[in-house]
Each structure stands twice: as C-alpha cells, then as structure tokens.
Ligand binder design. Structure first.
Ligand SMILES: Nc1ncnc2c1ncn2[C@@H]1O[C@H](COP(=O)(O)OP(=O)(O)OP(=O)(O)O)[C@@H](O)[C@H]1O
Length: 332
C-alpha cells in the first residue's frame, strides 16, 4: 500500500506571554495509507487540530517531515491540491445562497465541470435540499455541504477535523453514512475525533495522540488486541474459594460482589476445568474484550468524552482535560 499522508517527528510549540511555551506537538508521527478510513483520536487539546493545520500550512511547524500524496507538505501541497480535500476550519457559507448555488460558484471558480455539483450533492445526501438556502440548513447539513465542496474536485483523499462536533444524533449518523459511502468509493479518509464510538464504527485504522505524541497506531482490531489481557468474568457459587484456586494456579483475580474477573487466561476451557476439579462449577465465563474506550483511557488517562448528544456536552470545553502519565507507544 502506498503512503498518502506521512508525518514524522512533528514539533510545534506556541509562544505564551506569561507561562512559557506550550508544547502542542512533541515529535508526533502519523502514517495514512491509500484506501484507509483512518481515525485520528485524542483527548481535547492533545494536538489533533494543530497537526492538521501544520500539514496544510495553516500554522508553521517547528520541526518534522510531512508529505501528502508523495509531495512535501505544506511546501509543495499546491502540486497535489486537486487530489485532496480538507475541512479543518469551520466552513463559512453565504446564508442567502442555496446549497446548489454555493457549489456552482465554487465549481466555476475551481474550473470544475458543472455536472459535478449534482454528483457532490448526491454523495453527501443533500440532493433533495440543494435548492434550500444555506441559512435554513442544520449544522450537520452545513458540514455536509462543506464536504460536498471538497468533493467537487473528486479527491482521492479527504481530511476532516472533528466532523461530528456539535451534531445531533441524526447528524452524526448521516455524517457516518456519508464517510462509509466515500470509503466504499475508494476515497482515503483521515478523520479526527475525540468521540471513540464514532471512530470504532467508521474507521479501520486508528492513530491515538496524547500530549502531542503518538501513543498507539494500527488497525483498530490490532490496537484492541494489544490491550487484550485475557480477562474473563467468572460466576461461581463460592467466589472467595474460587479466587484462591485461581490465584494458586498463577492467574490474577479480582473479586467483585457477585463475580470474579480473572486475568491472563490463555484458554478458558482450562480455567473451567481447573475450577471444576475443585468442585467449583462455573455458571458463567465471559471474555472481557477491550473496546476503544478502555484502550483510550489506558493510553491517555483522559476522561472519556461524552457523545455530543449526551446531556452536558463534551468535557474540556476550556480546551483541556487532565491527562495521565505519558505512556509508551503501542504500534500494531
Ligand atoms: N494558536 C494557539 N496558541 C496557543 N496555544 C495553542 C494554539 N492552538 C493550539 N494551542 C494549544 O495546543 C494544544 C493542542 O491543541 P489542539 O487544538 O491541536 O488540540 P486538539 O487535539 O485538536 O483538541 P480539540 O479536540 O479540543 O480540538 C492545546 O494545549 C492548545 O491549547
């Protein structure tokens, strides 16, 4: 597979008048290959937007090597500007124009055939609302109109920064369906988010950033597998005695109110046999497979951001959440 985005050793500090420099990126690496739907995941303030802005030349990096579609970025991005689209800043549209008119103007300005306007509206699910004024659009529809504007060029790569931010559940679902459809058409997608469930549903690959550094990368499945500690939930009649038996066999165990969690289990049949050999009959034996949320917590120590549709909105609206200690990188 060929690399579509490569970032190596990206560094960026922001000058602050009173409290010294703020290190936003501390040697960050990212590799996105053709055909991937790649989730760029990290807590608020971990450096996602700064990375994308540096890649696109919206902010100057202090150090690091970046390429987009084989071209050094941001220096020679212009050479491939027709092959990728990026929505990093909140798009602003003229509210009195319709969605179709907006795209027609952009198509004319970009020398794109007019026929692509309807194709783009169709691809983002706005065909039936194309003749409504943009000021009547929901936030999700405006986001999709922005994606449609990027699709006019028929890009092979789409970069989206927090596309689900601020959307209601229906908007999130529409955005997700749209990304899936683009991926099915062979568009490589890099999507940043702090919403774990979204990334798990949409993406095949993930890079996790914490405090400006990559702390995990690989296929979602492989990253999850790297955090599979062989944990099993076990229900037996005598949990305390069962725990002794399990511990004596060299396995780690935590006793809960009505069950045990046994760690380091290679073969659940052996665990069942072990307990049965002591007249402890297993009523339930369930693997506790990690999800992206538990991996994210383990790697970043961040509070798990709520879905935007949850009451109260995401935490860290001040731009930050508390992070745990720096964790060694996991690459899968
Ligand atoms: N223009 C700026 N001036 C000063 N500090 C900045 C600036 N832009 C970003 N930062 C800081 O750099 C760090 C990384 O911010 P960034 O916006 O890249 O994080 P993020 O992962 O995109 O977060 P979010 O999910 O909240 O958008 C934060 O500590 C932020 O406060």
């Amino acid at each position: 597979m060929s690399a579509v985005i490569e970032i190596e050793g990206l560094r960026k500090s922001f000058r602050r008048l009173r409290h010294g420099d703020r290190v936003a990126l501390d040697g960050f690496d990212l590799l996105v290959e053709a055909g991937q739907v790649h989730g760029f995941l990290g807590p608020n303030g971990s450096g996602k937007t700064t990375t994308l802005r540096a890649l696109l030349g919206l902010v100057r990096a202090d150090a690091g090597r970046m390429t987009v579609l084989g071209q050094p970025a941001p220096r020679l991005l212009r050479a491939v500007s027709n092959r990728f689209g990026a929505i990093v800043e909140s798009p602003q549209f003229f509210g009195n124009f319709t969605g179709r008119k907006t795209l027609q103007l952009l198509a004319t300005a970009g020398g794109v055939p007019a026929v692509r306007v309807d194709e783009a509206l169709e691809r983002v699910g706005l065909r039936d609302r194309g003749d409504d004024r943009v000021k009547a659009y929901s936030l999700g529809m405006k986001q999709r109109l922005a994606v449609a504007s990027a699709l006019l060029k028929q890009p092979e790569l789409l970069i989206l920064d927090e596309p689900a931010n601020g959307l209601d559940p229906a908007g999130i679902r529409e955005m997700r369906d749209m990304m899936r459809a683009l991926a099915a058409d062979g568009v490589t997608v890099l999507v940043s988010s702090h919403i774990l469930a979204e990334i798990e549903l949409i993406c095949d690959h993930v890079t996790i950033i914490s405090r400006g550094r990559r702390v995990a990368a690989g296929t979602v499945r492989a990253v999850l597998a790297g955090f599979d500690h062989g944990d099993y939930l076990v229900r037996v009649a005598e949990p305390a005695r069962a725990a002794e038996v399990v511990e004596a066999a060299g396995l780690r165990v935590v006793i809960h109110d009505d069950h045990l969690v046994v760690s380091g289990v290679d073969d659940p049949a052996r665990l069942s046999e072990l307990l049965g050999g002591h007249d402890l009959w297993v009523r339930e034996l369930t693997p506790l497979t990690p999800d992206l949320e538990s991996v994210f917590l383990e790697l970043t120590g961040a509070r798990v951001p709520r879905q935007v549709d949850d009451a109260g909105g995401p935490p860290g609206t001040d731009g930050h959440v508390e992070l745990g200690p720096t964790t060694p990188e996991v690459t899968a």
